[in-house]
Design a protein around this ligand. Structure first.
Ligand code: SDX
Length: 371
């Protein structure tokens, strides 16, 4: 026939399914989790409350929140097998590879991993919520030659992750900026890693397999790997006065500027103002106005040259740097947050499943035969 199928490269603009979990509205620059503006959640809710909201559709009652906290806090310690596997991975490997491997083992050690009932999948989601921060913290410490820090069950998830990474709970302004980043990173509709998780789930595979695959998708610098890449850019530029020159050269070489642009938002990312405000508080706290100047100069130059605005990874990268995280740990922190959205989507996909299997338009050789 003469009618060519319409191909949407990168599935751009394709509506693949419905979701009740979040709504991204690029026209109004807004993001709702289960109907609530993310800015309100970031201002007023713990990360655990947001996790519950994403999974269950409503904010938890006090009793429900207490139950979640108890279950999460009880599962923060790593099994000796998980520590041993992390220890066996050379530190030359990227922390995302370590996390992907360790999460896979957490799944293999869970005797209920094959149970795809909603109850079992909520339980597995809570387990990952608790285990991922412990893996991330353990890996950064071993890379620094530091001893493991045991979890504290009197701390919420955000404060405990910082405690397990640094051996102390930092000032409130730091804990709060970290909590804000987790809330903002938690969920964003059919982004590449979430869609990956849904594809895996659609084959009736298990939740852990979906999360492992999603970690692989998030690692790339066009997606979650950008928060790490932003910090490399800041390191390369060095100081604010060199921002324009660096940018002109990078754009001249047709390079993508990490932390800028977005597939859905064309007038700026709804989450950036909230995270930038948290970054500003960290800049003040640590006395690092030099970093803020570089941030502003590069953003202004990018907007002037290309009219392309920052995405959430632009303020998050420097914020995690100021908190003291190693640059290679930034994307694992994104995983610690996004695992909530991924698992909410796994359960939503499961509840109304259809195998995800699109078509392709063949452009290879015509039929031919062996000589
Ligand atoms: C995340 O989908 C989500 O929701 C993702 C996320 C989430 O919460 O899950 O928000 C998290 O992944 C944020 C994005 C992190 N990635 C980066 O910061 C990497 C740098 N940005 C890009 O490469 C780019 O902007 C993408 C990948 C994010 C989006 O790219 P698209 O939609 O495929 O658009 P495109 O690459 O086709 O760009 C359109 C135009 C091009 O110019 P022309 O060829 O038309 O002249 O804009 C230019 C691009 O060259 N452009 C950029 C640019 N982003 C777009 N040019 C330089 N630097 C950039 N960052």
């Amino acid at each position: 026939s003469t009618t060519e199928p319409e191909i949407r490269k990168g599935l751009a603009g394709v509506v693949a399914d419905t979701t009740a979990i979040s709504k991204v509205n690029p026209e109004s620059n807004s993001l709702l989790y289960r109907g609530y503006p993310v800015q309100e959640l970031a201002a007023r809710c713990s990360f655990e409350e947001v996790a519950w909201l994403l999974w269950h559709g409503e904010l938890p009652t006090p009793a429900e929140l207490a139950g979640l906290q108890e279950a999460e806090r009880a599962q923060r310690a790593l099994a000796p097998q998980v520590r041993a596997v992390v220890d066996a991975i050379p530190t030359a490997a990227h922390p995302m590879d370590v996390l992907r491997t360790a999460v896979s083992l957490v799944g293999a050690l869970d005797p209920t991993a094959a149970d795809s009932s909603r109850e079992a999948e909520v339980a597995a989601s809570v387990r990952l919520l608790a285990q991922i921060p412990a893996i991330v913290a353990y890996d950064q410490r071993r890379r620094r030659g530091q001893d493991v820090v045991e979890p504290r069950d009197d701390l919420d998830l955000a404060a405990n992750l910082l405690h397990m990474t640094f051996g102390e709970v930092p000032d409130d302004v730091v804990v709060d900026a970290f909590r804000v980043s987790l809330v903002l990173y938690a969920e964003h509709s059919f982004n590449a890693s979430t869609f990956t998780a849904r594809v895996v789930t659609s084959t009736l595979s298990d939740l852990y397999s979906a999360v492992v695959a999603a970690i692989g998708a998030l690692k790339g610098p066009l997606h979650g790997g950008a928060n790490e890449a932003v910090m490399h850019v800041f390191d390369q530029i060095g100081s604010a006065d060199r921002a324009e020159e660096w940018l002109d050269r990078a754009l001249g070489e047709k390079r993508k500027i990490m932390g800028f642009g977005h597939r859905v938002y064309k007038h700026g990312d709804s989450r950036v103002p909230t995270m930038k405000a948290a970054l500003d508080r960290l800049v003040e706290h640590y006395g690092r106005q030099d970093l803020a100047e570089l941030y502003d100069r590069l953003e202004a130059a990018m907007v002037a040259r290309k009219s392309i605005r920052p995405n959430l990874d632009y303020p998050s990268g420097p914020a995690y740097h100021l908190m003291g995280f190693d640059t290679a740990t930034f994307t694992p922190l994104f995983v610690a947050a996004r695992v909530t959205g991924w698992t909410a989507h796994v359960m939503e996909q499961r509840a109304a499943n259809s195998l995800i299997r699109p078509l392709s338009a063949y452009v290879g050789p015509e039929e031919r035969h062996l000589p």
